[in-house]
Design a protein around this ligand. Structure first.
Ligand SMILES: [Zn+2]
Length: 505
């Protein structure tokens, strides 16, 4: 069976989701997991945009083995130089050069004529080719570009040395049949197209990113660009898990294969959700909490008699196991470590120590610790790296009638000093936010707050995701605890720590 190449851009396009910014250490963790998942190419970032982005791409190129490591660049020498510098340590580096080609972009954004666009695109590819062999080129807003001009651009950049040509539906405007035709027409009208891999990059503004990507594959595209959980600019990118599971489930129709180990899908989905603070909607295809839940009596009855009556994929195929009761208060460090190994987590000594302390604290409050709880603990450890502030204490008074919510919060700073403040607010969460804001000296504006239960039961672990606004940017924070008030305070502190890192950068 023919192979479809999976190009993951979670760390580049995905990170462009509002509030989803990731620290370098988080990016490396995600990249390592992407390698385990089996993606063919990791687009690790856009090196020219910031020192942090450059550093992340450079470290991923050095440390992550397996996939091709790619850096994005505009068709400008300084962009390309920076991208080349960042990816050069990878065993298999790639530079991805892009330049807009549609009339709207030429006229309003670039103010350049067609000939000028072709010249710049060719120069960009040639410049990148001076560093490495593997060059991808994207005519940005391709789906809204005049077809004849698009063919001319593609022919020219392949002649200049591009080895992958990516056709982006940058604004999510295309409709599947139309997008499939575009791909077929490119193959029919670009004489040297067989010298490059044809790729697509679809956005989800009309909810059609996956459909458009699949239509493109059926029409002859052999690389798909996508993100975990479909995160990305605006309504997001095509979701990796949807494309891969569609190709797998409908092998009969597509006749293609990918290099993805689908049993790793659930794990990477959770990791990306935890790290970015982008909560997955319950009804999201493949990875939503309800994706394998059967509610209607007739459906339940059918599934009990024969799974395939209402199940086209198994939960196990994406690595979802039934929630086993594993550990409790009496479980020791060895049992905890073994369970982590079973769940295929690789923690270093320091991370393991902290995770074990969290585990013991949770086991004091909660009788049975499930895999989901352990997953929550580990993900919490993964994102507390490099923390400036640490929550020491939180206490609230609230209720009816007519009681003003008051929060007292104590936080330990980098020098080990514990600062305590009390504040009132419109509600307990508001009061916590104001107290923390007073401690760190930043006015914190809460724009989003959500609470979820990690596992079932009255002693379930609560997961709080928040978004704070500061410096004109959004910062996601996440906290877990059996007490949602404590989890809320942890989420605030987590978001504040990200803010501090961002200010330092
Ligand atoms: Zn994009």
């Amino acid at each position: 069976m023919e192979r479809i190449f999976i190009f993951d851009t979670t760390l580049r396009d995905g990170e462009q989701s509002p509030g989803a910014s990731l620290e370098v250490s988080q990016k490396i963790k995600i990249a390592k997991q992407l390698a385990k998942l089996g993606v063919d190419i990791i687009e690790a970032g856009f090196p020219i945009t910031s020192d942090g982005d450059f550093e992340a791409v450079r470290l991923i190129a050095q440390e992550v083995e397996g996939p091709i490591i790619c850096g994005l660049a505009r068709a400008l020498p300084e962009d390309i130089n920076r991208a080349a510098e960042a990816v050069k340590y990878a065993k298999r580096p790639r530079i991805h050069v892009f330049l807009a080609t549609s009339e709207i972009h030429r006229k309003y954004k670039l103010n350049k004529a067609k000939e000028e666009i072709i010249r710049l695109a060719v120069e960009g590819v040639k410049h990148a080719k001076g560093y490495i062999e593997d060059i991808e080129f994207s005519p940005e807003d391709a789906s809204r570009t005049e077809p004849d001009f698009l063919y001319a651009v593609i022919e020219a950049i392949i002649n200049a040395g591009a080895t992958t040509v990516n056709i982006p539906d940058t604004v999510g405007y295309a409709i599947p049949e139309e997008f499939g035709s575009l791909i077929r027409n490119i193959i029919a009208n670009v004489p040297n197209i067989s010298k490059a891999v044809l790729s697509v990059h679809c956005h989800n503004d009309l909810g059609l990113a996956t459909a458009n990507s699949l239509a493109a594959i059926a029409a002859g595209a052999r690389q798909v660009e996508c993100t975990i959980n479909g995160i990305g600019e605006r309504a997001g990118n095509a979701a990796m898990e949807e494309i891969v599971m569609a190709i797998n489930t409908r092998k009969d129709l597509f006749g293609f294969t990918t290099g993805i180990d689908t049993t790793q899908i659930h794990k990477i989905s959770r990791l990306v959700s935890y790290s970015t603070g982008m909560v997955v909607q319950p009804n999201k295809a493949i990875i939503g909490a309800n994706a394998f839940a059967h509610e209607a009596g007739i459906h339940q009855d059918g599934v009990l008699k024969e799974k395939t009556t209402y199940e086209i994929m198994t939960p196990e195929s994406i690595g979802l196991k039934e929630n086993r009761l594993v550990l409790g208060k009496l479980s020791g460090r060895h049992a905890f470590t073994v369970r982590l190994q079973d769940m295929r987590y690789e923690l270093n000594e320091d991370e393991l120590n902290r995770a074990f302390i969290s585990f013991k604290a949770m086991a004091d409050k909660k009788r049975e610790i499930t895999d989901s709880d352990i997953e929550a603990i580990v993900s919490d450890e993964l994102q507390t790296i490099g923390e400036t502030y640490k929550l020491e204490k939180v206490q609230i008074i609230c209720g009816t009638p007519g009681i003003t919510p008051v929060a007292t919060v104590a936080i330990k700073n980098q020098t080990g000093e514990i600062i305590e403040k009390t504040a009132d607010g419109d509600g307990p969460i508001d009061a916590i936010g104001k107290a923390i804001g007073a401690i760190v000296g930043i006015s914190l504006k809460l724009v989003n707050f959500s609470v979820q239960s990690v596992s079932g039961g009255t002693d379930a672990v609560g997961e709080i995701n928040i978004r704070l606004e500061a410096d004109g940017r959004l910062f996601a924070g996440r906290g877990i605890d059996t007490d949602i008030v404590v989890a809320s305070a942890k989420a605030y502190v987590n978001a504040v720590n990200k803010m501090i890192v961002s200010r330092e950068q």
